[in-house]
Design a protein. Structure first.
Length: 249
């Protein structure tokens, strides 16, 4: 999933104000890791996020399909569907948003510490007039470091997003760090923090959040998850609730 969904819709500006934070990782985490699918394998993430701030509610459904071109290289597609309610007199707004196309590459080195990059573009498939899309192509890139052992996974990201919208800051930078702990063969829990440049040129403060999550493996190749995000700076959404499911084959 990716909260780089800056739109001109007033509700999204109010509720998803943390939009500069790129969220491209395994649901429900913010921080990307270096894991790839393997040659010829697929992964489908079905992610749902609900943001609320005051009387405005925004919902995003973002299915993400990854395909392993090589053991250390994935191709990724992520369309979005958006719903906003409570934006003044306009009532509810809903429809398809922009679509992300990415690749993720992991440097092929042995050992618990690995490095990689994920990069791509958001294509303007959403209706700009309804505030569901940017109307222009927006590129992004993330540098990834991951440490993995039998119990812990630690990941850190440094990311860049180009904002094509007139009036916004063009160059948005961010960073995040996450820790995932395997409780047993079924349960994993996560905690992380992320910060990013505010696209609003009138505000100097960065957008900073913390997120907590849990992932349960209910069958081989099938996970379900939930997450909760809260803000550390007032410019971001009051809270975001996440739920999802992941299938691998």
């Amino acid at each position: 999933m990716r909260i780089d969904c800056r739109t001109r819709n007033v509700a999204f500006a109010a509720v998803l104000a943390s939009c500069a934070l790129p969220v491209l990782a395994a649901h429900p985490t913010l921080t990307e890791d270096t894991g790839t699918q393997g040659t010829g394998k697929f992964e489908l993430e079905l992610g749902l996020a609900q943001a609320r701030d005051g009387g405005v509610k925004a919902l995003e459904f973002g299915p993400q399909l990854s395909y392993g071109v090589r053991d250390n290289l994935d191709l990724i597609a992520r369309p979005t569907w958006l719903y906003v309610r409570g934006a003044g007199e306009g009532g509810a707004t809903k429809g398809f948003g922009d679509t992300g196309l990415d690749f993720k590459w992991r440097y092929p080195a042995p050992g618990p510490l690995t490095f990689g990059v994920r990069a791509g573009v958001d294509l303007p498939t959403g209706n700009e007039d309804k505030g569901l899309g940017n109307g222009k192509v927006s590129p992004h890139a993330i540098l990834i470091a991951t440490y993995l052992d039998t119990t812990w996974m630690l990941a850190a990201n440094v990311d860049y997003v180009y904002d094509p919208l007139i009036g916004d800051r063009r160059d948005l930078w961010g960073a995040s760090a996450a820790a995932l702990y395997s409780v047993n063969s079924t349960w994993r829990i996560s905690a992380e923090a992320a910060t990013a440049t505010n696209p609003d040129t009138s505000r100097a403060s960065w957008l900073t959040v913390v997120r907590f999550g849990a992932i349960a493996t209910v069958a081989p190749g099938f996970d379900v998850d939930a997450g909760y995000q809260v803000r550390l700076t007032p410019a971001t959404s009051a809270r975001i609730i996440l739920a999802g499911a992941t299938l691998r084959w």
